[in-house]
Design a binder for this molecule. Sequence first.
Ligand SMILES: Nc1ncnc2c1ncn2[C@@H]1O[C@H](COP(=O)(O)OP(=O)(O)OP(=O)(O)O)[C@@H](O)[C@H]1O
Length: 488
Amino acid sequence: MTSEDKPVDAREWKLEPETEYRFELDPGTSLAIKLVRGYAEVFGAELAEGKYYIFGSECKAAVFTWQGCVIEVTGHASTEYLSEETPMAAYANLHIAFEQMRVRALRTLHRSPSYDDDPSANTEPPRVLILGPENSGKTTVSKILINYAVRAGQGWSPLLVNVDPSEGGWSAPGAISVAPVHSPLPTCSPANPLGSAATSAPTALSSNALLPLVYWYGHAEIKRNPLLMDRLIRNMGENVNEKYDVDIEGRMSGLVVDTPSSFASGPGANEHRQKLIKACVDAFKINVILVVGHEKLNVEMQRTYGAHLTVVKIPKSGGVVELDHGYRERVHNYQLHTYMYGQIIQAPPGISSATLGGEALTDLVLSPSSTVINFDDLSIFRIGAETMAPSSALPIGAARVVSEMQPVPIDPAQSGSGLLNAVLAILAPPNPDENERYDEEILDLTVTGFLIVTNIDIPHRKMTILAPNQGSVVGKTAIVGSFEWQDQ
Ligand SMILES: Nc1ncnc2c1ncn2[C@@H]1O[C@H](COP(=O)(O)OP(=O)(O)OP(=O)(O)O)[C@@H](O)[C@H]1O
């Protein structure tokens, strides 16, 4: 593009070294950012010079520069400013420490210790758990650390584990997931906070798409069913360890676990919180806990885990935006829309050859298919009863009628089944060996995709489902949670 093609409302920002340009977008608006000169990155992912990056769906983010740069910004941001105070130097120091751990671990694996290696030093790669209260920037820190590892040029593919079901990660809200990251994760929209995954994206993306392993929890809030969350975390850990058993070199890249804020604080949930942190520490063999800007939690973690693993308090960025309940609900809608239709963000006026997080805009459009199926084609379950009193609210000695972990079959023919507009997770097939089956097996199966029930025709025993692909669901098992979505 020549300078004459510059969009009318384009404005240039000059960033001094170690500063960042922060922005927040309103619903329905988008922003295009082009690096004119110098070096810049968005949460650790480098921007290429001269290319437009589009941000939308109420994205809030920052362009940071180590060396200084000039960026051109087009479109309307509801808030935009430069900040000289960032925690990036602290985050970079952490990255350097983790990089040393990876290199040392790999050298030990290859039995080629360096002369300056301390024989008593830890020879494990970094397996990092990130904890912090709401809006402390946990996901952002996870992304920065992962992106720096990927950019180190050593061929690392660290695992990013997302156990925050309210966030959606690579799939749909309500899910938790893990994926090895091979190239930096872009930021362009909260609908895809961790970049695009291959499960719903078109094949054009497969070159740099991620193949996440997904489990379905089904709710945004941990307190809905902490026992289930505990089990899913442990299942995921087992899966990761099995992968590591066969990919010993891959293990050296380490992993980062991003957690929900309810692990850090929350009224009355102390016991669950402790148990779930412990579940993560055990499942992923955590050796470093990072606490983002929370003194009390840092002290608590030091006390509980300090003797066996490293606990570090890290600063919170002043740029992290407080996200309210309404915003989070809108993001869940953006995520489900993106899951079905792909990433569609209109570039600001005047931007044509735009790219979105490195992908051409047209590559990210999907067309979901609507199919009519018989009630009997799909077995649908809910985990635990819908209206469940907490154990503490039951009379002393009373047992639950339905356990929190019991898969309860749902009959779509029953009015009030709660299936209309519900998000259903389709599960991987059970063990083909009948002898290996067990009652609660569906709690342990991974997710292969999601669909929405858009119509229920009780007289004809049929329902309409919307899914991003046309694969048949006949004979499959699905789980419903508490997420609903309507195409608007
Ligand atoms: N330096 C920054 N400048 C501008 N926006 C930022 C910055 N750092 C983080 N944000 C934005 O602030 C929001 C909250 O950050 P993030 O999601 O990392 O926090 P979190 O602690 O993981 O949140 P949650 O409460 O959902 O667990 C996100 O939209 C993120 O993109």
